[in-house]
Design a protein around this ligand. Structure first.
Ligand SMILES: *Cc1c(COP(=O)(O)O)cnc(C)c1O
Length: 801
């Protein structure tokens, strides 16, 4: 098969699909109908390259990557596919013939929100980059019926609603009703001599749904295979015949529960049995599937590492260690030692966080009851680790099972050939903290792969103005070779170029201001500085510090309204985990502060606060290109990498940030004069813990003190003065993330930002240089690092027969 796309054929394809796939005429078609028709027409273009990539990988029997991730935060798919195939003009024209707006059609698509935040979005960027680079790969995950909850606000409080992305047909996927695997739970282990056999008490089936993932210009197309849980027995006829209808349907309902919802916890572990079942469900299905594929071409399973590299995205798929060993030994007859060595040489693990509350640990009793055979194998793996530890004579005692819990980080580490962190700082801290003992025993195992973001979605797709300027100035190669952006660095000193660059920023800001006017009933000026903090609401990310600074700025403006203020609009965006009470309290406080400031005529346009509900990928795509200032202000040592920081820099926003995660490397790349760094370093944070008293810092900061007093006396909650006391109480009791200690440094940095923004030329120069010098943060560079240092895989794209 050839012919990706013949010019002019898209119009016919859309008309064809409107009739034959959607069953509508142009006269009766809704926006959604047009979207479905266009999606089908575009999907058709992916099929030939998809088959070709798959056939080529099979024909050459090449090594493949299997990226196991509990989350894939894809966002919208249609516009991205249109961009990757460069079909935008054709699609626009084809729809225009029917008087239909392309923008309306692509915006009609619900986000595929099968993830919480950075971790899931990283997996999505990696899929894009692996396809762009022609690396044969499968993404493996869960096809949740309901993705991350939708957020709204009721009097400032977060309200969660179920998300329902599959309500209209999701026409990017192919249902593989023949691709089914049994997934067992519970039961017992029957041992006969050296042989062990697991006899589960419950079995559900994992069914595959495949989505083609086209890379840039469809040079290569990989597969995202998501698993959906189906009952082994669809229906119980006996109870039905007795009139017990609920009971008849119960087995199916129970089985399908496994892939029903995404757990909405970001950076917090949920020790729930269903979560463990989800993890095992998709991991086991993926391993069974890849072993089947391997065995179609190979006989000896000990050769698995020569054809397969498995990457575990965090510990969520860490049960892959014992499960792969089980499949290789109990099912396929390898000895335990051969199975362990084979598994270990195939598996790799990415750590994403050092936060203790996020490190997965399963109760031994729960693990034994749900996965009895795996618990046995975990104990055997732990014995092996114990012997390595003894041999290493390091004097440390890392163990997988401790205090009656299975430490999944230690398990993942022990079963992996390579373990990586996601920024230089994070990898160093990993070696010093969570994995310090294991690092002593296995000093070669840990390495770094700093995260990246795909330039297709996060520049080419979301910022068409800047895309066109770049294409005109340096050609189009930057889209798949992002470090070519350096070629615009000299133009930072060219007033004409700066002017065009900032005119694009201004357009993006105007579009956002229009959206805010329309959707939030608030007038903001595109001439003000757009200062944006969008990410999950978490104490370590310190939205609270930003909220306090916002309130303090409002106080300063009220005192001296006629001083020379740099007008600002502060944007907040993000969801809190539904059970994370402290984070939800912060959301309410931000909304109350916003209300107070936005309605104060004395403040006027000098300061506005906007908190659009339901932050997601699509909202990010609108906000980021409109940002002047990017807020990356986590407590140093707590943000593993961040990827939002990279998206902003790429789109010409200047960062205000701490020396945390990849901010450190952003500073190295864009240069210390083009970023506002403030606050304690990771080492200083550690030092400050000794004898930390929040009140001491507040006492030393009149600016912070005033805000705290306002919150205490109900200034932001008139009629309900105690509303925000829980926030203060927590802060005073345990300011673990050091909001008070860093506040003054943050305030001072913000005032430097005010001065910086007032100098239009100097600011424009910084903005241009941020775009020019952040090309290194492409996820293509990250994936090339994984391919070379971890997977040992070459690109297949462009390779001739
Ligand atoms: C990039 C992204 C994130 C990660 O942002 P951080 O600032 O790195 O935490 C989270 N959510 C969405 C929707 C994103 O696009």
């Amino acid at each position: 098969m050839k012919d990706i796309y013949e010019p002019g054929s898209l119009t016919q394809a859309i008309d064809f699909h409107l009739a034959h796939s959607v069953g509508k005429t142009p006269d009766t078609a809704s926006t959604t109908d047009w979207r479905l028709a266009l999606s089908r027409a575009v999907r058709d273009k992916l099929i030939a390259p998809w088959f070709e990539a798959t056939n080529r990988t099979y024909a050459k029997d090449r090594k493949r990557v299997y990226y196991l991730s509990m989350e894939f935060l894809l966002g919208r798919i249609l516009e991205d596919a249109v961009n990757n195939l460069e079909l935008e003009d054709d699609a626009r024209e084809a729809l225009a013939k029917h008087g239909v707006s392309f923008a309306d059609v692509v915006n009609d698509e619900p986000d595929a929100a099968l993830g919480n935040g950075g971790l899931g979005r990283l997996a999505a960027c990696f899929l894009d980059s692996m396809s762009c680079l022609g690396i044969p790969a499968y993404g493996y995950g869960i096809r949740y019926a309901h993705g991350l909850f939708r957020q709204s606000f009721d009097q400032g409080k977060q309200v969660e609603m179920a998300e329902d992305w599959l309500r209209h047909q999701h026409n990017w996927e192919f249902e593989r009703s023949e691709c089914l695997y049994d997934i067992g739970f519970g039961g017992e282990v029957i041992e006969t001599g050296a042989q062990a056999k697991w006899s589960p008490s419950d079995i559900v089936m994992a069914q595959a749904y495949d989505t083609p993932v086209a890379g840039w210009q469809a040079r290569w197309t990989n597969t995202l295979r998501l698993w959906s849980a189906k009952p082994k027995k669809i229906f119980d006829l006996d109870p039905f015949n007795r009139g017990e209808y609920m009971q008849a349907a119960a087995p199916a309902v129970l089985a399908e529960t496994i892939s029903r919802v995404l757990y909405p916890d970001d950076s917090t572990e949920t020790g729930k049995a269903l979560r463990l079942k989800q993890e095992f469900f998709f991991t086991s299905a993926s391993l069974q599937d890849l072993l089947r594929r391997f065995l179609t071409h190979n006989g000896d399973l000990r050769a698995l590492p020569t054809k397969v590299a498995i990457q575990m995205n965090d510990t969520h798929p860490a049960i892959a260690g014992p499960e792969l060993i089980r499949l290789l030994s109990d099912v396929h007859g390898l000895s335990f030692d051969d199975a362990f060595d084979t598994a270990q040489n195939t598996l790799h693990y990415t750590n994403h966080t050092l936060l203790p509350e996020a490190l997965e640990a399963w109760d031994v009793g729960l693990m034994r009851s749900i996965l009895p055979r795996h618990m046995q194998l975990i104990e055997r793996i732990d014995d092996r680790l114990g012997r390595d530890v003894a041999m290493s004579k390091t004097g440390v005692t890392p163990r997988i099972v401790e205090n009656n819990v299975v430490n999944m980080g230690t398990l993942a580490f022990t079963c992996s050939r390579r373990v990586n962190g996601v920024s230089a700082l994070h990898t160093d801290l990993m070696k010093q903290t969570v994995f310090s003992d294991l690092h002593k025993v296995y000093p070669e195992r840990i390495l770094n792969q700093t995260n990246g973001v795909t330039p297709r979605r996060w520049l080419h797709g979301c910022n068409p103005g800047l895309r066109d300027l770049l294409n005109e100035t340096i050609g189009t190669e930057w889209v798949s070779d992002l470090e070519q952006l350096e070629n615009i660095a000299p133009l930072a000193d060219d007033p004409a170029f700066r002017k065009r660059f900032m005119a694009i920023k201004q357009d993006n800001k105007r579009r956002l201001a229009d959206w805010v006017a329309e959707n939030m009933n608030l007038q903001i000026s595109p001439d003000a500085m757009f200062d944006i903090q969008i990410k999950r609401i978490h104490e370590y990310k310190r939205q609270l510090m930003n909220a306090f600074e916002t309130a303090a700025l409002a106080n300063a403006i009220r005192r001296e309204p006629d001083a020379d203020w740099t007008p600002r609009v502060k944007f907040f965006g993000g969801k809190a985990a539904p059970a994370y009470v402290d984070a939800k309290n912060i959301i309410r406080l931000i909304n109350d502060i916003a209300q107070s400031i936005n309605t104060d005529p004395v403040i006027g346009d000098r300061l506005k606060v906007v908190y659009p509900p339901n932050y997601n990928v699509s909202l990010a795509e609108m906000l980021i290109p409109a940002a002047d200032l990017s807020e990356q202000i986590s407590t140093a040592g707590k943000e593993a990498s961040g990827t939002g920081n990279m998206k902003f820099a790429l789109n010409g926003a200047v960062t205000i940030g701490t020396l945390d995660g990849a901010n450190v490397e952003i500073c190295d790349h864009v240069g210390a004069t083009n970023i506002y760094i403030f606050g304690m370093t990771a080492a200083e944070v550690q030092a400050a813990r000794e004898g930390y008293v929040t009140q001491d810092y507040i006492d030393r900061s009149p600016i912070l003190n005033e805000v705290i007093e306002q919150v205490r006396t109900g200034f932001y909650s008139p009629g309900d003065p105690t509303r925000h006391w829980p926030v203060l109480e927590k802060l005073l009791r345990d300011d673990y993330f050091m909001v008070a200690a860093d506040f003054d440094a943050y305030w001072d940095a913000q005032r430097r930002v005010d001065g910086g923004f007032a100098n239009k030329d100097a600011w424009a120069r910084m903005a241009v240089l941020n775009t020019a010098l952040s090309g290194w943060f492409s996820s293509d560079r990250t994936i090339q690092g994984y391919a070379k240092d971890i997977w040992g895989i070459d690109s297949l794209a462009g390779e001739t027969e």
